[in-house]
Write a protein of this length. Sequence first.
Length: 365
Amino acid sequence: MKKFFKEYFNFSKREQNGLIVLFVLLIAIIGTNIFVSARKQSQKVDFSDFETEIDNFLVYQQTHFDDSELFAFDPNTASREDLLRLGLSPKSVNGIMNYRDKGYKFYKPEDITRVRTLKPEEYEVIKDYIVIERQSYSKDYNHDNNSYKYSNYEAGGQTELFEFDPNTATKDELERLGFKPWQAENIVKYRNKGGHFKQPSEITKIHGVDADFAEKLIPYIKIESQSQIAGYDILVNINTASAGDFQMLKGIGEAYSKRIVAYREKLGGFVSVEQLREVYGMTEELYNSISKNLEIKGEPVRTININTADFKTLVSHPYIDKNIANAILNYREFAKTIKSTDELVKQKALSNSEYEKISKYISVE
């Protein structure tokens, strides 16, 4: 046995040193594996926030402003999905949700700008679609600490907000809306003397109705179409009419009127009454019912100077897509200076149909 060990396990000094180094390395490797395994088991990585960000980003990619859907919404109650559908960035949406989670509320449209992550350009896009529903208001509400002063609110009382026509609402209905008895009486007297409200903002001409109170009620005022009331034959100039003016037309409520005004602003003005057909949600039936009460007067449209406009400015117009914008910029680079807009079609930069649609909205100076 001694001979066996001596024959097979008799190592030189150099071999012995090598075995010692190998043994140390094995111990180090085994120890490292044990340490890493134990650490992995003791630490559970939470990827939920990261996954949420990925989901938000994917939704954002699908719903950014190029493909956004603009509609009336209340920032106090709108879901995350609705806010993303409007074209807001995930960062802005998170800011709004966090603002609400802290107990803050939006009491008027511009309050949403208090959300620091909301970009000014995003606010400009959505501001006309913000509709804040209010069920009751406190007399001593102070906006500086997320409250609102509502001077017509009687201490201890409640207001009931609902759609109404100031030309037909009863005294009792007006008082339920928050009018004091003597204010409701003034409205009835005004009507009895032949007075008539043609647009929501005219409620302020009643003695005793202050501007703050009127501002809260205007979203709920739905005036019956003047074109259907004896003695009234109105025409609405679609290039100068306010949202309230459009609401005088039967079938045009708050949401439709705001869409029309917002689309007019994006276009730079209407050149044809028929362009109202392009407003989101406008049905052929509704258009045909109001078209006889529409007109265009004066007001020249706002044009884009194609000699100076950049790509972003060009594609901001509803009629100019990315292909048309690139065609204009490529031709401008070739021609150096465009002397007449019709060069775009003469030099075949644009087709006749493309040019005809945008010609009223572009200029060379």
